[in-house]
Design a protein around this ligand. Sequence first.
Ligand code: HAM
Length: 423
Amino acid sequence: MKYSAPRGTVDILPDSCEKWEKLERILRTVASNYHVREMRTPIFEHTELFNRAVGDTSDVVTKEMYTFSDRKGRLMTLRPEGTAGIARAYVENKMYALPEKLTKVFYMGPMFRYERPQNGRQRQFHQFGVEMLGVESPYVDVECMMMALTVVKALGLKNVTLHLNTLGDADSRDAYRAALQDHFRPVLGELCSDCQARFDKNPLRILDCKVDAHHPAMKSAPKTIDFLTDSAKAHFDKVCELLDMLEVDYVIDTNLVRGLDYYSHTVFEIISDDPKLGSGSTVGGGGRYNGLVEELGGPATPGVGFAFGMERLMIALEGADEEETAGIDAYVMPLGDEAKDVAMQIVAMLRANGFATDMDYASRGLKGQFKSADRFKAAYSIILGEEEVQGEFVQMKNNRTKEQTKVAFEDIVKTLEKGLGLE
Ligand code: HAM
């Protein structure tokens, strides 16, 4: 039987892992620049958490979750996104009682959605997400958007646009819901079965439908902006004013509702026109979710955040500038069984002294071993045959200058330090 990775998952091989590490490094740097600290939550949670938080009218919950029952029959789900877990942990660990009112955290890791795989869309994918909880202020919305834009800039992504909309507060949403129902009622029979189900439960979701995207009623649908309460409008106006002040370009996209149910007020997406991703592809998105913490049993706590799909960041990053993979300091090349024992001791000694070192375990001849030293970009090759073992010395070849010298065992570390400019 041949085994293959499950559909929609990928193996990340060592060459790619180095690129992932680079991406992660950049993301961590941006996070520390914004004084956002890391938080890690479980990869699976009780299914009920996602039903509650993400919402049982969202596609994510109704169609895309990996759910299983554990040995005691409890329903568990592999996390499809990170916000629900963070909000749950925030309540469970009473983080709302911390002396600092605003909690700013980030997370990176795998998420799982049963979707049709295609370029940039997988069933196991990774997100870099940020959540800011505890302060209801348009300044924090803008802090989030600025951070998302800094990520995009740090990665050198071009042709990206910030799309922005507001869903308003609960009262705005009620008025908007009713207006949407009035708008879609006459054409309900022409919409897909999903939209018909959404009509009563969550008519906003109709605007997000991919099947009915081109129905004429979509274009003429009422806009949230026309149903805002005064305070919701003031919040959104301030967000736009701050973005203008900071000279950030954005597009107000009145049909942007996002696919998850917890949002209120500001919602946004970062859309890239990079041809590698396919035009108009969303690399990241987020928004405010003022009701979520309370919904999960905590005190009323405002929140706002966003997440980027890391595979999409990687695709956009591909070829941006190909970084040389780092080489090792030394490659030890034993010739003969006796030399192997000594080689292993030399490797241990060099590693203990902080040098990245490897050796040949395949008992190959010199030619094969030199090829490996080349592939590993070793700064030095350390050659060790029978004669060398007897005389307690090695041949050290500087692979850059090609110079080869005889070095006593006790001088290997010193020679490496000198050769690598670490003295
Ligand atoms: P989301 O829009 O569902 O939001 O996902 C965020 C990003 O994850 C997307 O823009 C996309 O780049 C990536 N993504 C989603 N599904 C896939 C997939 N199947 N394959 C590859 N990438 C994918 C959230 O998840 C919210 N939790 C964001 C948020 C945080 N809102 C507030 N705080």
